[in-house]
Design a protein around this ligand. Structure first.
Ligand code: PLP
Length: 475
């Protein structure tokens, strides 16, 4: 094996990581410090760091330096629970209120809000661009824009999506007040109250709320760790149920973080086409992939317009930018009428802001940093959970998005566990919140939207020890 000069320092760093002397998040010496210490050229030190970055144990944060990042074990010990198909009634019991306490004191560490925190929002960029828009556009942003949104913006969104294979016709695109409104429009365009639809399970409660408001009935389709939405389960229920739409989040699903495989996406499209069922695809997390390439959307495989894809900039820029979009496919006319009735047009200031950010590529530049930062936060939190919770617990590593899906052993009384977390001022989202069934009563969602601090580590350790003490109790 060839010996590179840089191995003189990379081997030391690798050894220290292996022995736990260096841990995730630790800052490594600068290029200059290594150069002086090991009498190497700047080029050799740079190559050494490139090698560590390529191996995945070091990350280069622009303008901050090199940091340790420990990739965690990705074994998947078991699949998610499954259950018999049941048509659930429209009333979704809003357990969320019982659990995600509104008592948000300043001491509370929140692992339950899937949106960028102040640290992640590119505040300076957004505020600067907003001022530019106001200066450039003047009073024109005080008028109504067309109901389907600015043509320039629709063309930009369509062109950007087409780059990753999601063929969108700007004529069939509607600009919306965020993703949830897009879902509301999509569902209202293809269903009537009392219809039965299929949704992924677990399913984010905001989506269940929209479904509930539209008085639809639901059959939950379990997701699986390896391939996502369970296509065979869907096929089985189609024989006995008149399913009017399927709603799912194929990329970095909330709450599990699961990525649906391309094979499953393609198969779903062929089922939709042969059964003439609209697929409503939430791609709100698709841009937040940690490695490799941007995942495809289900729409990538659609040739007949049965897939309605929607997204927004709430999770990638700032939740206060109320702007999303819906690709309506073959349902444009119904969808545009519904959009009109929900509000004549999306605030022009947000439309013009996004035109600026997309036009100058600022959005994609921001995403490059944003994804790296999210991945660091994910790995750090996952490491802490796996280190401090007993080995009988399971924490699923996502490859993008915002959430880690955890499971505690059956022996743990979950209401007591949440009470204990609340006393420790830690907020997670209980699994029960994501389903009409009780299949996820021992699961919970942990969000890594914020940087992990020493204080949060200490509190997670206390909670992990508590779980261990419960497991150690005699039966
Ligand atoms: C899956 C999913 N869809 C939609 C939303 C809401 O998005 P928006 O703020 O763009 O309406 C959220 C977050 O609350 C979400 O997790």
């Amino acid at each position: 094996m060839q010996n590179f000069k840089y191995q003189i320092f990379t081997s030391v760093i690798e050894e220290q990581i292996k022995n736990g002397i260096l841990v995730s998040g630790d800052r490594l010496p600068s290029i200059r410090e290594i150069k002086e210490k090991y009498k190497l050229s700047i080029t050799s030190v740079q190559s050494g760091y490139d090698y560590l970055v390529m191996k995945g144990c070091v990350i280069n944060r622009p303008r901050s330096g090199f940091f340790v990042i420990i990739k965690v074990n990705e074994d998947i010990p078991e699949d998610l629970p499954t259950f018999s198909p049941v048509v659930s009634n429209v009333d979704f019991d809003k357990k969320v209120r019982l659990t995600s306490k509104s008592d948000k004191s300043s001491e509370q560490i929140s692992f339950n809000t899937a949106a960028p925190t102040d640290l992640l929002v590119p505040q300076k960029l957004i505020l600067r661009k907003m001022q530019e828009v106001i200066r450039k556009k003047g009073s024109s942003i005080l008028r109504y824009y067309s109901a389907n949104g600015s043509e320039i913006l629709r063309n930009q969104i369509a062109a950007r999506a087409t780059k990753f294979g999601c063929k969108i016709n700007a004529e069939q695109l509607i600009i919306t007040d965020g993703a949830l409104q897009a879902l509301y429009i999509a569902l209202s365009s293809v269903t009537q109250s009392g219809d039965v639809i299929a949704v992924e399970s677990p399913c984010i409660f905001s989506v269940l709320e929209v479904i509930s408001n539209l008085k639809l009935k639901v059959i939950e389709i379990p997701v699986q760790y390896k391939t996502g939405f369970n296509i065979d389960f869907l096929k089985d229920i189609l024989t006995e149920n008149n399913i009017r739409a399927v709603v799912l989040t194929p990329n970095f699903h909330n709450p599990t973080g699961i990525l649906m495989s391309d094979e499953a996406k393609e198969e779903l499209v062929s089922i939709a086409q042969s059964n003439e069922i609209p697929i409503i695809e939430n791609d709100i997390y698709g841009d937040l992939y940690f490695d490799g390439e941007r995942p495809s959307t289900i729409r990538n495989f659609d040739t007949e317009g049965w897939v309605m894809t929607y997204s927004s900039f709430s999770k990638t820029l700032a939740p206060g930018i109320r702007l999303g979009w819906l690709n309506t496919g073959r349902f444009f006319e119904q969808a545009e009428r519904i959009k009109f009735s929900l509000g004549r047009s999306v605030a022009p200031i947000f439309q013009e802001l996004m035109i600026q950010l997309l036009d100058e590529n600022s959005y994609d530049r921001h995403l490059r940093f944003f994804r790296k930062q999210l991945e660091i936060q994910c790995v750090e939190l996952l490491n802490a959970l796996r280190l401090y919770f007993p080995k009988e617990c399971y924490f699923h590593r996502p490859h993008g998005g915002y959430s880690i899906w955890g499971r505690l052993p059956k022996k743990v009384n979950m209401p007591d566990f949440y009470k204990f977390c609340e006393n420790q001022k830690i907020a997670f989202t209980p699994g029960d919140t994501f389903s009409y069934t009780d299949a996820y009563s021992h699961h919970f969602r942990i969000i890594f939207a914020d940087r992990i601090t020493c204080e949060s580590i200490v509190r997670l350790k206390i909670i992990g020890e508590k779980v261990q003490s419960i497991l150690d109790e005699p039966n």
